[in-house]
Ligand binder design. Structure first.
Ligand SMILES: [Zn+2]
Length: 509
């Protein structure tokens, strides 16, 4: 901080919405492009991308700052200064380096980057195909019929598109629950997509088609860790993903769990999905010493209270995907029960074969489910819920700090706190959906949407600004994903492609 605020701001370049538009109009006029009065798209195409050179300091000026840090709360008309990838200071009229890029925060909310702790990115390429599905349809089509049609380049294209979707939506860290890594080529392709995106991600290495002990030790996981994940100080990190363990008391999964522990790789599992990875399996993990604090249990809708307590006592975490659970039928989103046991909660979007990867939607779905069941139960007893239990502040916490806690990154991610990594999102609060701004937390949860995400920063680097993804990520991801979708459609065949979109009535045995 080498200058006071006044001179620092005057000297620094102004990367503001109005000044950018003005500059763009000037460039367009000089180039002879008829922007004035022309279509908005032409104007957008003519606008140059602002300069956020790597390593350059950035200050958000005069924003409403929802820090997510209980000690700091919400700060009004405040600045956030980012230097060298971390949040340096929050306050009014901050002194900043003379060459700091200035982002005008007036009429906007700066919040922590959101964290999605469970997403099957390889499926994004067939986005929307299964909107009418239940989980039975999902297993029938993708698991039993189609999964082998994906090539490594399809995983790459789908994951790159999914990461572009994350950045665009203000999701700065995403766990790619990648369960179709059938060979090293697939694993490498999935990892490369995450690295190439420029955002923060966790590759959850999985292969759901055979038991973990049959693939984890074959050498590919160790090789990928050695070649691409030798450090935890990089944007993309590694963990493992498998569906827990069976009920056999002989515990054949032991070698896979021992590998995970020896290689310091956390494990994420779909759990408590009706009878699958439910009580008996949790007890089996406990009895064999693998109810680890680094375990993340996804869904967890169907477990007994005593098993929630076991997870709580072990230090494990739960990822709730409310849109998924309410539509596909893994079990009712257990937010209330999980919280009653004091288990850290994060949110996730699961798969874009059905749903959006919109964490605003995930926060709303979680609140809707939790409040809805409370009202329903109360009415069944002739009672009325007077005060809602789960609050907007809680789900905003789940979507940010809860995700960081799940990843074992509590100290480095999840809130806007000096010293933490600068993973930040600026949400417009001057739109028809957001004015007048009365309570930024309430309005982030119930009124904001992806269209309001103006600026996204990961580790101090601006990846989206003024509503636009920077650096050419999206056009490339789109081109690759559309080619990949066409390949998969050919392999699937037109009959299944159309039949799967309108599944007939189906009774599960
Ligand atoms: Zn899942």
């Amino acid at each position: 901080m080498d200058k006071d605020s006044g001179s620092g701001e005057a000297a620094g370049p102004h990367l503001r919405r109005r000044s950018l538009l003005g500059a763009a109009a000037g460039i367009a006029a000089a180039g002879g492009v008829g922007v004035a009065g022309g279509p908005a798209r032409a104007e957008a195409a003519a606008r140059p991308e602002p300069s956020f050179a790597p390593g350059r300091s950035v200050v958000f000026r005069n924003a409403t700052v929802v820090t997510g840090d209980p000690r700091l709360g919400v700060r009004y008309e405040s600045d956030v200064l980012v230097i060298g990838g971390t949040v340096r200071a929050i306050g009014r009229n901050l002194s900043v380096p003379g060459d700091a890029a200035v982002i005008d925060g007036r009429g906007a909310i700066v919040m922590p980057g959101m964290i999605d702790t469970h997403r099957h990115m390889w499926q994004t390429v067939i986005r929307g195909l299964g909107a009418e599905w239940t989980i039975a349809n999902y297993f029938g089509w993708i698991y039993e019929r189609w999964a082998s049609f994906w090539r490594p380049e399809d995983l790459y294209a789908s994951s790159l598109l999914s990461m572009a979707e994350s950045i665009n939506a203000g999701v700065t860290t995403t766990v790619d629950w990648s369960q179709d890594l059938r060979s090293y080529d697939y694993a490498e392709a999935a990892a490369e997509a995450l690295f190439d995106s420029g955002a923060r991600a966790r590759l959850a290495y999985g292969y759901s088609f055979i038991p973990p002990q049959d693939w984890v030790l074959k050498g590919d996981v160790a090789r990928l860790q050695r070649e691409r994940f030798s450090s935890n100080d990089q944007l993309v990190t590694l963990q493992l993903a498998w569906d827990g363990t069976g009920t056999e008391r002989a515990f054949p999964e032991r070698p896979a769990w021992e590998f995970a522990r020896a290689h310091h790789l956390p494990v994420t599992m779909h759990s408590g999905v009706r009878n699958w990875m439910a009580d008996e399996q949790i007890l089996n993990l406990r009895d064999n010493g693998f109810l680890l604090p680094t375990n993340t249990y996804v869904h967890c809708g169907t477990m007994s209270e005593s098993n929630y307590q076991l997870i709580a006592d072990s230090g494990g975490t739960v990822s709730i995907a409310a849109e998924s659970e309410l539509n596909a039928g893994q079990g009712y989103p257990p937010t209330g029960r999980i919280r009653a046991h004091g288990i850290p909660v994060s949110l996730s979007s699961d798969t874009q074969v059905w749903w959006s990867a919109d964490m605003f939607a995930a926060m709303r779905a979680t609140l809707n489910a939790d409040r809805g069941i409370d009202h329903y139960r109360a009415h069944g007893q002739g009672k009325t819920v007077v005060n809602n239990n789960l609050r907007t502040q809680d789900v905003l916490h789940f979507a940010t700090q809860g995700g960081a806690d799940t990843l074992g990154e509590s100290a480095r991610l999840g809130s806007i706190t000096p010293g933490k990594f600068a993973d930040l999102v600026m949400v417009r609060a001057d739109t028809p959906s957001m004015v007048p701004l009365i309570n930024p937390v309430h309005q982030l949860v119930f009124h904001a949407q992806r269209g309001e995400v103006d600026t996204v920063m990961v580790h101090g680097r601006v990846l989206k600004h003024d509503g636009r993804l920077l650096g050419g990520l999206f056009p490339r991801a789109r081109r690759l994903a559309e080619a990949s979708m066409n390949h998969l459609r050919d392999r699937i065949g037109e009959q299944q492609w159309s039949q799967s979109q309108d599944p007939p009535p189906f009774e599960m045995g």
